[in-house]
Design a protein around this ligand. Structure first.
Ligand SMILES: Nc1nc2c(ncn2[C@@H]2O[C@H](COP(=O)(O)OP(=O)(O)OP(=O)(O)O)[C@@H](O)[C@H]2O)c(=O)[nH]1
Ligand SMILES: [Mg+2]
Length: 381
């Protein structure tokens, strides 16, 4: 392919390349990776010379305008595609959508920050095309691999601990299930997609734990490089998301992970309620006032936590956040009335202990709060 040295592609090359249907799609989730897009396409161009490939960048409306760079390149090179997602965040779900948009027989996934060594792509693809494997994983933990590019000791510890936990539950033995660098047969992915949790950062682990058939897996060593430009998107919430994803897989999707998270936040809310109540009682307020203030403070805290955790991928901002809070308080107030009503109904219907009546009331309220706020506030399908 001919370039002008800045990654632009000459018109003859464009015509020639666009005639070849891609046999492999490289899916790259990206958020604020503007400066990495061009180097990435150049690197793929070298690494995959002679193969019919395309790259699909899946961008969650990055504020730095990553998609603009993708579109500039796509206007010159038919092998470059971009998917722009609105109002959503999430590495795993971005990868899922990217792969589902592909028609190629094999799909590879890699980060958009140049940490994954594109020169190993050929081996990953061959392991599927000619090696007869279903998945080929770029591994930092087999001989010849190296995880040196992990930002610091804390990240290395986190990654090692995650691998140890994941290995206990995985149906197939893999040394680096936390890798974000792998290739997979598209037909296998399509069969697995309906079972995926789609939560968090660890899409490979999700696939390994959800695949409906036994997998033939190859591991290819690679050296994990340092990030080329931009910043890591990993934060402390990623740990909670990892736990949520594992839980979701272990429940086999029967108990929605969002509901578990919603209930967990609700339990914290009870703690907040009690804390505020006891402080106000200490200050001489009467019980009813303390209870009302405690209830509303806990609703606000719950809303904030749910927006950060439970609905992180479709988090509300600005005016939608304020609207959502008002609606949340309204929904939870109705839930609280239902809680008391149901508990009293159960208690008056026969000789039952108050604890079982109270638990039943709380359960009904939790389901109501979750179902209605998911649908009306965060608009989950
Ligand atoms: N579409 C999309 N991509 C994301 C999101 N979060 C992260 N990414 C991309 O996923 C890839 C991996 O994210 P990183 O932040 O580099 O995570 P990491 O490589 O595990 O961590 P570092 O070693 O600290 O870089 C990068 O290409 C990110 O731009 C997201 O919410 N949506
Ligand atoms: Mg990275």
């Amino acid at each position: 392919m001919r370039t002008d040295g800045q990654g632009s592609v000459g018109p003859e090359a464009v015509g020639r390349e666009s005639c070849r249907p891609a046999r492999v799609s490289i899916v790259v989730p990206c958020y604020n990776e503007r400066d990495n897009v061009r180097p990435m396409v150049d690197a793929l161009d070298h690494a995959l010379a002679g193969r019919a490939w395309e790259v699909i960048f899946v961008d969650d409306s990055s504020p730095d305008g990553t998609i603009d760079v993708v579109r500039d390149l796509a206007a010159q090179d038919a092998r470059v595609r971009g998917i722009l997602r609105l109002g959503r965040r999430g590495l795993s779900s971005a990868v899922i959508e990217g792969i589902l948009s592909s028609s190629a027989g094999i799909v590879a996934v890699m980060d958009g920050d140049m940490q994954h060594d594109e020169r190993c792509l050929g081996q990953l693809l061959d392991a599927i095309e000619t090696g007869g494997n279903d998945i080929a994983i770029g591994s930092r933990h087999v001989a010849g691999g190296d995880a040196g590019g992990l930002a610091n000791r804390w990240r290395r510890m986190l990654s090692d601990a995650g691998i140890r936990v994941a290995r206990r539950f995985m149906p197939v033995k893999v040394s680096d299930p936390m890798s974000g660098f792998f290739a997979i047969r598209r037909t296998l992915f399509t069969a697995t997609a309906p079972h995926l949790s789609g939560t968090g950062f660890k899409i490979l682990l999700d696939i390994l734990m959800s695949a409906p058939v036994p997998l033939r897996v190859a591991e290819i060593p690679f050296v994990f490089r340092s990030r080329a430009a931009g910043e890591s998107k990993l934060d402390s919430v990623v740990l909670i998301q990892f736990a949520a994803m594992m839980l979701d897989r272990l429940c086999r999707g029967y108990l929605p992970v969002r509901f578990i998270s919603f209930c967990f936040v609700g339990l914290l809310g009870i703690g907040v309620n009690l804390g505020v109540l006891s402080v106000l009682l200490e200050c001489g307020a009467d019980f009813s006032l303390g209870q009302v203030v405690g209830t509303y403070v806990s609703m606000i805290v719950n809303f904030w936590l749910n927006n950060r955790l439970t609905y992180r991928d479709c988090r509300l901002k600005g005016a939608a956040l304020v609207r959502g809070l008002c609606l949340f308080v309204l929904i939870c107030s109705i839930g609280a009335l239902a809680n008391v009503g149901v508990a009293q109904m159960i208690l008056s219907s026969g000789p039952r202990h108050w604890t079982s009546a109270s638990v039943a009331g709380a359960a009904i309220a939790a389901v109501w709060n979750y179902a209605v706020s998911s649908t009306l506030i965060w608009k989950i399908r």
